[in-house]
Design a binder for this molecule. Structure first.
Ligand SMILES: Cc1ncc(COP(=O)(O)O)c(C=O)c1O
Length: 392
């Protein structure tokens, strides 16, 4: 059983009832977050409960928003490998370097987690037509999970998204609209097209259940490291839901008595051509102004304005973390480096994290004996056309 108690607004705190379709807070227009009766959950759901459960993200069912297994729309998402990178780690002078490899998820990216949760809830609560603006991977994931659930999907993505994202979404039955512009333009067009048609909006953080799927990355890192969180986590952030979700997971686990109060320092990685969070973090702002003319080969990071910017910035501050912008040139170099040393074909967003890691190591912000987890959020296979065209 799930221990959901209610949803509350991440800005004004207003409560909303559970078991209903929601978008933003009706009071102030900010993201809603799901809350659980964690003390009660902690009495019945503990680390040993997990021992005989299947290796997917639904092993944490009690702290996910579905009522029971029959409501779950799954393609086998989650419990991805946490690979120790011994060869690369020894070259970089880091003994405890790990890769959380999200490329093994259905549809090849971490987006499967959030979309699995959102589609499960949407189907259960009566939505029949779903829509999403996407940088690419979330659109592919929504198409697949909507097909699995027997629902209709409308996907709006930039026309220069990796062709794999367009093809996979069409092959799994979505209606795909290609948009001249970036994800925010796709969102605007989606609002226009969807008016009066009863589409349910699955945009990240506008829809409150996607983050619940993504937070399971935090549960998994803890479980895979024997309930000792690492010293530092590197995460590529566009909308930032993965980063915010993991931080939420850490708080939940502490409240259930699974971990202590020690937290990793969180590093948000962005591209030099679209770095609103880095800019805002460096200026000490609480929100990030929209980025003009966003461009990068890391298509998932081409998010000029994130609705959860204030939540991301809050996590970076609370964790005493950092925000780092990296070049596309170095990103591709690190794709090659990590591929040759460890055999994993990273997505550019994941490779960008290694650029940031090497910079912070050189700076002395990370010391050699610290444990570091880098997220590879998707597979490099989706970016073949991007890589062939890249001449930076
Ligand atoms: C591979 C990849 N990594 C990272 C991101 C950024 O994720 P988020 O928008 O949740 O921060 C995306 C988003 O599209 C992505 O596709």
């Amino acid at each position: 059983m799930s221990y959901v108690s209610h949803l509350d607004c991440s800005r004004c705190g207003a409560h909303q009832a559970p078991h209903q379709l929601h978008n933003l807070c009706p009071e102030c227009g900010s993201p809603l977050l799901v809350r659980y009766r964690l003390e009660e959950a902690g009495h019945n759901f503990n680390k040993t409960s997990l021992l005989d459960r299947p290796p997917d993200m639904w092993r944490y069912l009690e702290v996910l928003p579905v009522d029971g297994e029959e409501d779950i729309v799954s393609l086998g998402e989650g419990f991805t490998p946490l690979l120790r990178l011994r060869r690369l780690g020894s070259e970089m002078g880091l003994d405890g370097l790990y890769l959380k490899d999200e490329s093994l998820n259905p549809t090849g990216s971490f987006k499967a987690r959030g979309i699995s949760a959102a589609v499960s809830l949407a189907r259960k609560l009566g939505a029949r037509q779903l829509c999403i603006p996407t940088a690419g991977n979330a659109g592919g994931a929504l198409a697949a999970y909507a097909a699995r659930a027997g629902l209709e999907a409308h996907v709006f993505m930039p026309q220069d998204s990796p062709s794999a994202n367009v093809v996979e979404a069409r092959m799994t039955g979505a209606q795909v609209e290609l948009v001249d512009g970036v994800i925010s333009d796709a969102a605007r067009l989606m609002q226009e097209h969807g008016k009066g048609r009863g589409w349910f909006d699955i945009s990240t953080l506008r829809e409150p259940y996607r983050i619940e799927g993504k937070k399971t990355m935090g549960y998994e890192v803890a479980e895979q490291l024997a309930w000792e969180l690492p010293d530092v986590i590197f995460y590529p952030t566009g909308g930032g839901t993965g980063l915010i979700g993991m931080w939420k997971a850490f708080d939940e686990m502490e409240e259930m008595g699974w971990i202590d109060s020690r937290r990793p320092r969180m590093v948000s990685v962005q591209a030099e051509g679209c770095a609103p969070i880095v800019d805002a973090f460096e200026k000490g702002l609480e929100e990030a102004p929209a980025w003009e003319d966003p461009h990068t080969i890391s298509s998932g990071l081409r998010v000029p304005k994130a609705i959860g910017d204030f939540l991301m910035l809050r996590v970076l501050k609370q964790s005493r973390g950092r925000a780092v912008a990296v070049s596309d040139q170095e990103t591709v170099e690190w794709m090659r480096k990590v591929g040759r040393k460890e055999g994993t074909f990273l997505c550019p967003e994941g490779a960008a994290c290694f650029v940031a890691l090497s910079e912070l190591l050189e700076e002395g912000w990370i010391s050699p004996q610290q444990q570091v987890v880098v997220f590879n959020t998707g597979t490099g296979l989706k970016y073949i056309d991007t890589l062939l065209a890249f001449s930076g």
